[in-house]
Structures are given as structure tokens and as C-alpha cells.
Design a protein around this ligand. Structure first.
Ligand code: PEP
Length: 263
């Protein structure tokens, strides 16, 4: 279903009127985690100033440590919905458990499946049946074939509004949090008709790498990027070291302007 064999034209997925696909390079930005109404609104305004047309933000956070901040849950979803109201930015947010899909889908404009759940087939089937566009991150140890098969689980439930997100894979190299597999972008675009975006924040894991990796992503033809921003990253409850700050936004906007879609 997701292969280009029977569907030669590349697809555009529309999230509450915002297109992600071959004719555009979409910027999705926002906080890694929803922490407070003020922090979420500030981050959303930063995202908008940089040219973002979709707001990211996690209310359910899949953390490596059970002692780390796990997200605000439904309270976080309500904050996102309020910030959508105030900024007009549609919401992309993660769902980590099949039992929460209906709840998250009742607030979100796009459901995100994260790297840790990229082969949670029950969750993939549930998001496939939820009637909302889906952003499917690549599993951190997934081959491209496994990633595309994960997308098939969503598609099989009747939902072809899927955006694939390369977010780095685990390799032997510890200098970056994950190794951004930049070649996956054109490889997957040739194999699948689905849009492919890149997450330069979670792949590098470091603020100083986000803009260079964004340039790489848009230069190679990614259909969009998803980027963490935070008004006060030193106080962030999740992934502060990779969040862009106010001073980075003009350069981010310039990168997005300088690299039109590679059709
Ligand atoms: C995220 O985008 O908030 C996230 C946790 O990303 P990943 O699943 O790629 O680690």
C-alpha cells in the first residue's frame, strides 16, 4: 500500500489544511514536551516566527528512564488545544499506548508514533483506524524495509495519510545521540509514495547540530523537518540541550527559505 510500485506519484498528506509533500518543505516546530501553558504558548510563538505551520509537543513522553518526566497526559493535550486556538497552528503529538489513541486523536490533528513504538503493531493498527494523519518515526534500529512495513500496518487499516520521519538510527558512534541516516530520505522517496521528513533535533541530540542537519535534510529533498524549540531550554523537563532558542530562529527561517522543494 505504501510502495511506489502501484502508486507512482508521490503523495501529499494534509494536516488540517497544511500540506506535507513534494511541493513544499513543511516546518513543524514546538517544545519537546508540553510543560506549562506559558511555556507551550511561548514555544509555539517561536515556532510560528520561524515559519512553522504545524506545532509539535509531547503530552505523553516515552522516556528511557521511568524516573524522568513522563508528560502531562490529558492536561498537556488540553494545553495544546488552547495553544492551537491562540496561534492557529494545528497540533502534532505523540501517542504511546494503543488504549490512549481515541483520547489523543480527540485533541490532535496528527498522531505521532515515536521511535520506541515503531514496531508496536497493536499501536500502529490503532492509529491506522483513528481517522487522523499519522507521523511514523523510524525505529532506532529499524531497517528501511522494517520501517516501511510498519507503515503498512497503519495503511492496512485504511489510512494512507502517513508521513515518515527519519530521526536517526543507533550506530557504534557515540559523538551524536543517534546517527542521522540522511540517505534514507531519497532512498525511501524512491521506494514509497509517502512524504518523508527529518527530525534534526532527536537525531543529533545537540543544539549546535540542529541547523547543519536541517540544511542537510532540506538539501537532500526532505518534505519537511520537525524541530524542538524552547523559550528556556536550561529549565526544560525534557531534551533541553537540543532545543533551539530565540537567537536561532532567523537562521532556521533563512534555511527554510533558501531550500525550495527538490521536485
Ligand atoms: C519526540 O519527537 O518527542 C520523540 C520522543 O522522538 P523520537 O521518538 O524520535 O525519540
Amino acid at each position: 500500500l505504501v510502495s511506489r510500485e502501484n502508486h507512482p506519484d508521490r503523495s501529499t498528506v494534509t494536516v488540517r489544511g497544511v500540506p506535507i509533500g513534494p511541493d513544499t518543505v513543511t516546518l513543524i516546530a514546538g517544545p519537546c514536551a508540553v510543560e506549562t501553558p506559558e511555556q507551550t504558548l511561548e514555544a509555539a510563538l517561536m515556532a510560528k516566527a520561524a515559519g512553522a505551520t504545524l506545532l509539535r509537543g509531547g503530552a505523553f513522553k516515552p522516556r528511557t528512564s521511568p524516573y524522568a518526566f513522563q508528560g502531562l497526559g490529558e492536561k498537556g493535550l488540553r494545553i495544546l488545544a488552547d495553544v492551537r486556538e491562540q496561534t492557529g497552528l494545528p497540533i502534532v503529538t505523540e501517542v504511546v499506548d494503543a488504549h490512549d489513541v481515541a483520547l489523543v486523536a480527540s485533541y490532535a490533528d496528527m498522531l505521532q508514533v515515536g521511535t520506541r513504538n515503531a514496531q508496536n503493531f497493536a499501536l500502529l493498527q490503532a492509529v491506522g483506524a483513528a481517522g487522523k494523519p499519522v507521523m511514523l518515526k523510524r525505529g532506532m534500529t529499524a531497517t528501511i524495509e522494517e520501517w516501511l512495513m510498519a507503515a503498512e500496518y497503519v495503511a492496512q487499516r485504511g489510512n494512507l495519510d502517513i508521513v515518515l520521519c527519519e530521526r536517526g538510527i543507533r550506530t557504534y558512534e557515540p559523538a551524536t545521540r543517534n546517527t542521522l541516516d540522511i540517505s534514507a530520505v531519497p532512498v525511501v522517496q524512491r521506494l514509497s509514495h509517502l512524504p518523508v521528513i527529518v527530525d534534526p533535533s532527536h537525531s543529533g541530540g545537540r543544539r549546535d547540530l540542529v541547523l547543519p542537519l536541517t540544511r542537510a535534510a532540506v538539501a537532500v529533498g526532505a518534505d519537511g523537518v520537525i524541530i524542538d524549540v524552547h523559550p528556556h531550554p536550561e529549565q526544560a523537563l525534557c531534551d533541553g540541550p537540543q532545543a533551539l532558542v530565540d537567537g536561532d530562529l532567523e537562521r532556521l527561517a533563512a534555511i527554510m527559505r533558501d531550500f525550495p522543494p527538490l521536485v
